[in-house]
Design a protein around this ligand. Structure first.
Ligand code: KIV
Ligand code: ZN
Length: 397
């Protein structure tokens, strides 16, 4: 079991681009205050993410000010500001991020037929001209320019190749191919990256990036497939916060790469023991609860109730845990006492509470515990203390 978070190695580095403060905040009801955004950005930087997308500066004065202050306070982390493919957006984003040590402008335009026809009302040739002009404009303002093909996964591949080629020729240093509507499946997403990397003449001049939404519950699987296809940046959010069903969850992609290094020979620089803190902070400031059974950071992620699992865990934690709780910032595994718990866990729980019972008393207490657990959804330590207290008192009479 791996226990260190980012051991130096020769594995390919995956750039972790966190967009909790931009795409995450776009989720209905998840808006954050200026101070909350600064607090989240500080934690993300401490945790070792490589790029923080701090907001969409043209969207509001408040967004502009938050992005600018995050940029001003940032150390070595890259600070990105989002801009549509509109000259005014790009200058505003540049104004907000340029105080950062490492500023990035992230500009995007739709490329799919459905977006071109209904949203943009532009031809393919017009969009190609827009890409060349806006990426070049951004590149005159900062050295680090990311270009995104919105709705890339519903764009005909030959046209997408021309768009990516135009963006790289105009100076884009990162090319993001988003699954904007969460429509792709992993094999298809991987194949798209492979094809683009092969077909675009100067593809080695840019880093390719995934950006996956979770409408079919495939955002994390698609992100990992994108990496298998050649991407080396993953865009994601804490707790998977984001538009509609959300974005790829940062904690899930990072722990999948760390836990399955045999299959994914990559590394990230994320300090994984900070993941639980980050999850709690984002949940608190966005007022979005984390579902109990959420992978990695849900409150049940390291809890076991069934007797078979508890027995296994007491013998060797690797029987039912594929990562340690400490590796994601959880103090310890918890064995939850309930109707599925067995004698082994019950005896350990009693020991933890300071009770040592003989075999008969233990058997009797265990029966009473099972009766109680059948009637009660949650059996707390106090319930067990009361139950065993009676047992001890009876034995002493
Ligand atoms: O989902 C999407 O396409 C986006 C872009 C702005 C990158 O969020
Ligand atoms: Zn998005």
């Amino acid at each position: 079991m791996t226990t260190t978070s980012s051991a130096a190695s020769s594995k390919d580095k995956i750039v972790i681009f966190d967009t909790t403060l931009r795409d995450g905040e776009q989720c209905p009801g998840a808006s954050m205050t200026y101070e909350e955004k600064l607090e989240v950005a500080e934690l993300l930087e401490d945790m070792g993410v490589d790029v923080i997308e701090a907001g969409f500066p043209i969207a509001s004065q408040g967004d502009f000010e938050a992005v600018q202050e995050i940029a001003r306070r940032a150390g070595d982390v890259t600070i990105a500001g989002l801009a549509r493919a509109i000259p005014g957006d790009i200058t505003r984003a540049a104004e907000a991020v340029r105080v950062a040590k490492r500023p990035r402008i992230h500009t995007f335009v739709s490329t799919s037929p459905i977006h071109l026809a209904h949203q943009m009302k532009k031809t393919e040739e017009q969009v190609l001209d827009i890409i060349s002009a806006t990426v070049a404009q951004a590149r005159n303002l900062v050295d680090d320019v990311e270009w995104s093909a919105m709705d890339a996964t519903r764009t005909p591949i030959d046209y997408l190749i021309r768009c990516v080629d135009a963006a790289i020729k105009a100076g884009a240093t990162t090319i993001n191919l988003p699954d904007t509507v969460g429509y792709a499946v992993p094999e298809e997403y991987a194949a798209m990256f492979r094809r683009i990397v092969e077909a675009v003449p100067n593809s080695d001049k840019a880093i390719f990036s995934t950006h996956c939404h979770d409408d079919l519950g495939l955002a994390v699987a698609n992100s990992l497939a994108g990496v298998a296809g050649g991407a080396r940046q993953i865009e994601c959010t804490i707790n998977g916060l984001g538009e509609r069903a959300g974005n790829a969850a940062l904690e899930e992609v990072v722990m999948a790469i760390r836990t399955r290094g045999d299959f994914y020979p990559y590394r990230t620089d994320v300090e994984t023991p900070m993941l639980t803190r980050a999850s709690k902070l984002v949940s608190a400031v966005s007022a979005f609860p984390v579902q109990y059974n959420k992978a990695i950071v849900g409150r049940n992620a390291f809890s076991h109730e069934s007797g078979i699992h508890q027995d296994g865990m007491l013998k060797n934690a690797e029987t039912y845990e594929i990562m340690t709780p400490e590796s994601v910032g959880v103090k310890a595994t918890s064995l939850v006492m309930g109707k599925h718990s067995g004698r082994h866990a019950f005896r350990e729980k009693l020991k933890e509470l300071g009770f040592e019972l003989g075999d008969n008393a233990l058997e009797d207490a265990f029966k009473r515990f099972k009766d109680l657990a059948d009637r009660k959804k949650h059996v707390y330590d106090e319930d067990i203390e009361a139950l065993v207290g009676d047992e001890v008192a009876t034995a002493n009479e």
